[in-house]
Design a protein around this ligand. Structure first.
Ligand code: ATP
Length: 336
């Protein structure tokens, strides 16, 4: 299989004099197949942006390497950079003292796109994002959402085969966010591009991503096709309905479950940690004199799975073990 992005043994340590080192990325191995929408997920500070910046050649790895369509991001920098367009979160992706149109033309030419291709594409992008009428206004007069739209258009104007989008819909209104989601789908499904997406909007990741990688504290926690990840947890998530109310004190015995109350009943929803016997949970409820009404395996969504994986990683971290969720393999991780 050919990969759009191959990451091998990637590590980044930020060192500043007088301050403790920050290990932002630790021994990351990851392969992203061509033509996929790939979700890169993780809590704040997990190391996603640092990884994306290393892939864009904006941050030098402490060790390890990134290849983009086979080109080494450090050693074959100019060929590698032609493979990607990127929108980075919270950074100035565009020139504020240029107009929207000038920005698109500038970034298109920077990547060597001939004007005969560049100009019609720039027009189409600006029209689709409803910025055509404002094309001759300087970007510093735009709202944050409009600046984000210009940044996305700039990333796409040279028609790169790989698109890296760090929180692409952040700050966008509903309409623009929908347009961007539609683009992401069509970039991959119709144009065969690889789109790597970091987002905290897990419903968006669930609906768009073929595969997801989840990072925690600089390490890869999971890398699975989205459907497999959802399947894997299908057997482990339960909804348990009992008659009566559980007090906050009693809930302490059910740390893996969230409780909701409805018509004098309590509904517990959550994942059973590996090695926990479902009968033990039921027995505990019986001891509390809470009659069982129903017990059903239930489908978890990506958000619930994400929270569960983060909880497990935190528990394993507290036990001093490297985070590795039970029952989960990291696949395509560059080791086989
Ligand atoms: P978020 O979801 O909040 O954007 P992230 O997963 O993208 O988070 P990074 O921005 O890659 O995470 O940060 C990873 C770690 O590296 C954090 O602890 C952060 O404080 C640290 N870090 C990032 N950039 C720098 C820098 N330039 N100098 C020092 N530390 C940094």
């Amino acid at each position: 299989m050919s990969y759009a992005i191959e990451i091998e043994g990637l590590r980044k340590v930020y060192s500043k004099r007088g301050r403790p080192d920050v290990v932002a990325v630790e021994d990351l191995n990851l392969k992203v197949p061509r033509g996929q929408v790939f979700g890169f997920l993780g809590a704040n500070g997990a190391g996603k942006t640092t990884t994306i910046k290393m892939a864009c050649g904006l941050v030098s790895p402490t060790s390890g390497r990134v290849r983009l369509n086979g080109f080494d991001a450090q050693q074959q920098r100019s060929q590698a950079m032609r493979q990607i367009g990127a929108v980075l979160e919270g950074t100035r992706n565009v020139y504020w003292r240029l107009t929207a149109w000038q920005n698109l033309v500038y970034f298109g030419r920077l990547k060597g796109t001939p004007d005969r291709e560049l100009k019609p594409r720039a027009e189409r992008l600006l029209r689709e994002l409803e910025l055509w009428d404002r094309r001759n206004d300087m970007v510093n007069a735009f709202s944050r959402g409009m600046q984000q739209k210009v940044a996305i258009a700039c990333a796409l104007v040279a028609d790169p085969p790989i698109v890296l989008l760090d929180e692409p819909t952040l700050g966008l209104d509903v309409q623009a966010a929908r347009t961007v989601k539609r683009w992401i789908e069509s970039l991959s499904r119709e144009q065969g591009k690889t789109v790597v997406l970091t987002t905290h909007q897990l419903d968006m990741a669930e609906s768009l991503c073929d595969e997801v990688a989840i990072m925690s504290h600089g390490r890869l926690l999971a890398h699975e096709p989205t459907v497999d990840l959802l399947d894997l947890f299908r057997q482990e998530f339960y909804r348990i309905r009992v008659q009566g109310h559980l007090t906050a004190e009693q809930m302490a015995d059910f740390v893996h479950f969230a409780a909701a109350h409805e018509n004098g009943q309590t509904i517990l929803t959550g994942a059973l940690p590996a090695g926990t016997d479902l009968y033990a949970v039921v027995e505990q409820l019986r001891r509390l004199n809470l009659p069982l009404v129903s017990l059903t395996p239930t489908e978890a969504n990506l958000e619930e799975i994400f929270v569960e994986l983060m909880d497990r990683a935190a528990a394993e971290n507290n036990n001093g073990a490297a985070p590795q969720p039970a029952g989960l393999s990291t696949r395509n991780n560059g080791r086989g």
